[in-house]
Design a protein around this ligand. Structure first.
Ligand code: MOS
Length: 744
């Protein structure tokens, strides 16, 4: 239910540039690997060249004598490292501490760590460490057969019986390959240990979780671990949870009492810091002849590692996206000799919606319906999975507005029927959805003696604009100029804030920062009232107001009062602050009585030149319903990035594993193909602006992931429209398209 929002300044919704932009473009922003300390050593891991078996011997005799080598760590001398308790609430994907036994469970696993004076010396010595193995034959095959009984994600009615008796049915299997996150900033860890306290400079999307994990693995008290991540060169989910190199850097710093830096290589990015696992999804749909869905079954299986399993929740959106009385989604794991998988932008829902939205496109064609129309016909009134209303849902507006802006009415549905400039044009579309939740957050807003206002929170900016939207929020909530807001984040010593994951940071910060801004203003007015030297001394704080930096009587114009920095100076008070904290949305009293999600619709144009087998994604229009958009510039940038990543998911990205030894083969940026400038389409992004007050007073839901959800299905739908080839196995390959019979 939408109620009137309290009046907000024009800053909420202003398309501001990133406030930290000048620091980044001038090279003054300190990224993790930029940190250097006197006496710092550099660690380079020795990586396993088998995927499964045991380390029988490590001979470091030659490496030990090489120039600059300080220490070579193995299981024998790394010191005690502990497991994270699953009951602690801290998140990690690889539970076994590094170097804790002789068992190898994936290719590239760290089996030793060389610490030397320089990266070059450590690298050379790491290559000279001789590791012998008792090797077993790995299984990294992509064939997916469930190990265990599938578990039911969501279920209603009798989908099997209804499907069997369905008028129009579709039974199709869709597969997605393993993908590897490749933010340009490599994972890095710089660990400083003073004998009691650790300061860990990290590339993490979640400093508080990183701290919670590290205190457990190192076996120390929380006050003895500080985690710092001032700037991130993105992460895409790969930097959500700690990985083994971070633990090794801290352990090495502990053993040596010297700062230790480990920056992993691009090749290691493919081996030891997670990936999006491959999925196989069987979709069974039935509908009446006039296009009403009657049943939907979504059965999926995905690969996980031997020791750990992270669920790729492909059924996330299946239960609520469309109206269908009979439905079941099931999940199953298949273990392989691969490294632990992890979250990657839109985990679960992104591969899941590729399958669901592809199946919707195929059904629309079977029903001889326009795919936009088919979706509009199956719009639910409520979340039928949970049986509760939506907080707000504007999916139909995404579809209709997108169709209008894209010019969808001009589409002729026959395969290969649209031409332009000597090329065959294909148009496809798909829907998008992503969850919206709020995490717990604490923050402090402080009025400083120099006239600035600081907001402090132990959250971090993955590059998406958290510095900027925090500044916008505080400027709005205090009435100050945005240039006077100082945002301090990226340090676990600050009040505990949310992770940058699940598109939840922005929405989670609003209520906490609002409370701390209010508390800070209250404390300021109280100082004005109680202070000995304040010109407003003795005036009841209730009679005072704070307007644009001025403390004044409510019944007088602001500038007849005094600036807050003058008040602080008169009272010889260094600063006045206020704290705020907010609960996660899971604690809201009506959290189980509503369904909160973001929505979107993608419209895609591809061009196809059969003579030279050239396919290109040419034009994209995406309409997003993500509540109130605090900053349309950084917001648009998020969706543009997601679209570019979506072109990669549809056409390029795939990690190949060598069946002989389990190695990711294309482990570099030349062979792991991603969207380049030349591949990037023209992108239009439209935001619907329906505030969703279920999560916070601004009505912001978050936009990090929604742009990738469903996108690949829009591309494969457009590819089908152009070529007549239905690709159900991502990415689309030229070999697939050679089967096209469409010619000029
Ligand atoms: Mo996102 S996969 O939650 O960083």
């Amino acid at each position: 239910m939408t109620t009137a929002t309290s009046p907000r300044s024009p800053l909420i919704g202003a398309a501001l540039s990133r406030v930290e932009g000048p620091l980044k473009v001038s090279g003054t922003a300190q990224y993790t690997s930029d940190h250097h300390f006197d006496g710092m050593l550099v660690g380079v891991p020795v990586t396993a060249t088998i995927a499964t078996g045991r380390v029988s011997q490590i001979d470091s005799s030659i490496a030990q004598g090489m120039p600059g080598v300080h220490t070579i760590f193995t299981t024998d001398n790394i010191g005690p490292l502990y497991r994270v308790s699953p009951a602690s609430g801290a998140s990690i994907d690889e539970y076994r501490p590094p170097l804790s036994d002789d068992k190898v469970t994936y290719y590239g696993q760290y089996v030793a760590l060389v610490v030397a004076d320089t990266f070059e010396h450590a690298t050379a010595a790491a290559r000279a460490v001789k590791v012998s193995y008792d090797e077993e034959q790995p299984d990294v095959s992509l064939e997916l057969t469930p190990d265990d009984e599938p578990s039911v994600d969501t279920e209603r009615g009798d989908p099997e019986a209804v499907f069997a008796a369905g008028d129009v049915t579709l039974d199709a299997v869709y597969t997605t390959p393993p993908e590897t996150h490749n933010p340009i900033e490599l994972h890095a860890s710089v660990a400083v240990f003073d004998g009691t306290r650790y300061t860990l400079y990290e590339t993490t999307q979640a400093i508080m979780n990183h701290q919670a994990v590290m205190v457990q693995m190192l076996g120390v008290e929380p006050e003895n671990v500080r985690v710092v991540t001032e700037y991130l060169g993105s992460g895409f989910g790969g930097k959500l949870w700690p990985w083994t190199h971070s633990v090794l850097a801290a352990a090495a710093a502990r053993q040596l009492r010297r700062p230790v830096k480990i920056e992993i290589t691009r090749k290691m990015m493919f081996q030891t810091v997670g990936h999006r696992t491959n999925t196989q999804q069987r979709m069974r749909l039935s509908a009446t002849k006039d296009g009403k869905l009657t049943s939907l079954q979504h059965d999926y299986v995905f690969h996980v590692s031997r020791l750990d399993k992270s669920k790729e929740n492909c059924g996330e959106a299946t239960g609520y996206f469309y109206s269908v009385p009979n439905l079941r989604a099931t999940a199953a794991f298949a273990r392989r000799d691969i490294a632990p998988n992890t979250s990657m932008r839109g985990p679960g829902a992104v591969p899941g919606l590729y399958a669901l939205e592809s199946a919707m496109d195929e059904m629309a064609i079977k029903l001889n319906l326009d795919p936009v129309q088919f979706r509009l016909m199956n719009e639910p009134e409520i979340d039928e999975g949970k049986g509760v209303p939506f907080s707000t849902r504007h999916y139909t507006e995404c579809l209709t507005r997108g169709a209008k802006s894209f010019g969808w009415a001009e589409r002729t549905p026959e395969v290969g029927s649209m031409r332009r400039d000597g090329m065959i044009v294909g148009w496809g579309m798909a829907g998008a959805s992503w969850m919206a939740k709020r995490l717990a957050a604490e923050s402090t807003v402080t009025f400083l003696g120099d006239g600035r206002v600081r907001v402090a929170c132990a959250t971090q900016d993955i590059g998406t604009g958290t510095y900027t939207v925090l500044a916008q929020m505080v400027a709005d909530m205090t009435g100050m100029d945005i240039a006077d807001i100082h945002v301090q984040i990226g340090d676990s010593a600050l009040p505990a804030g949310p992770m940058s994951g699940g598109s939840m940071a922005t929405g989670s910060l609003v209520p906490s920062v609002s409370k701390s801004a209010k508390a800070a203003i209250e404390n300021l007015l109280s100082l004005a009232s109680k202070g000995e030297h304040s010109p407003l001394s003795g005036v009841d704080a209730d009679q005072l107001a704070f307007t644009g930096g001025w403390v004044h009587r409510k019944d007088q114009p602001a500038q007849q009062g005094l600036r807050f920095e003058d008040l602080l100076a008169k009272e010889n008070v260094a600063f006045v602050s206020g704290d705020g904290s907010s609960e996660p949305s899971s604690k809201d009293k009506d959290d189980d009585k509503r369904s909160i999600h973001s929505y979107g619709a993608h419209f895609v144009e591809v061009t196809w030149q059969p003579e030279i087998a050239r396919l290109r994604v040419n034009r994209v229009l995406t309409v997003i319903d993500a509540g109130k958009i605090i900053n349309p510039r950084t917001g648009r940038n998020q969706i543009e990035g997601a679209v570019i990543m979506g072109v990669g998911m549809a056409l390029f990205e795939q990690t190949h594993y060598d069946r002989r030894n389990g190695a990711p083969i294309n482990s570099n940026l030349a062979d792991y193909v991603m969207t380049t400038h030349a591949d990037a389409p023209t992108i239009d992004v439209e935001f619907l602006d329906f505030p969703d007050l279920a999560l916070n007073e601004i009505g912001a839901r978050g936009i990090g992931e929604i742009g990738l959800a469903g996108f690949a299905a829009a591309v494969t739908a457009a590819v089908y429209h152009a070529t007549g080839v239905r690709v159900r196995d991502l990415p689309v390959k030229i070999e697939d398209l050679l089967a096209s019979t469409v010619t000029h």
